[in-house]
Design a protein around this ligand. Sequence first.
Ligand SMILES: N[C@@H](CCC(=O)N[C@@H](CS)C(=O)NCC(=O)O)C(=O)O
Length: 95
Amino acid sequence: MMRTSTPHHLALYYFDSCPYCQRVLVLLPKWKTHVELRDILAHENYAQELIDQGGIDQVPCLRITLENGAVQWLYESLDIIDYLEGLEEQARVSA
Ligand SMILES: N[C@@H](CCC(=O)N[C@@H](CS)C(=O)NCC(=O)O)C(=O)O
């Protein structure tokens, strides 16, 4: 298994009626990894930082803060799911 460095913080930019966001949202309860939810329709500042810092006005997007403070913006629902499943798997094997 490819090892992913453990993130310090995760935040999902989303809105409820987005079907691609729902793909990710429905899986979150079954995972131990904590993901902060950032609704871009409820909070304009989240929408703004997604565009300004992430670079693309598209949800879902996972903002990954690494232990060293570096920030990565991961777009595409299936890539986000793959990433989070990888973290879960890693947590399981190292438990
Ligand atoms: N292939 C993307 C599609 C995401 C997508 O189309 N999201 C819509 C909301 S449902 C969006 O943000 N559209 C705005 C845009 O693409 O500019 C995924 O699977 O995450």
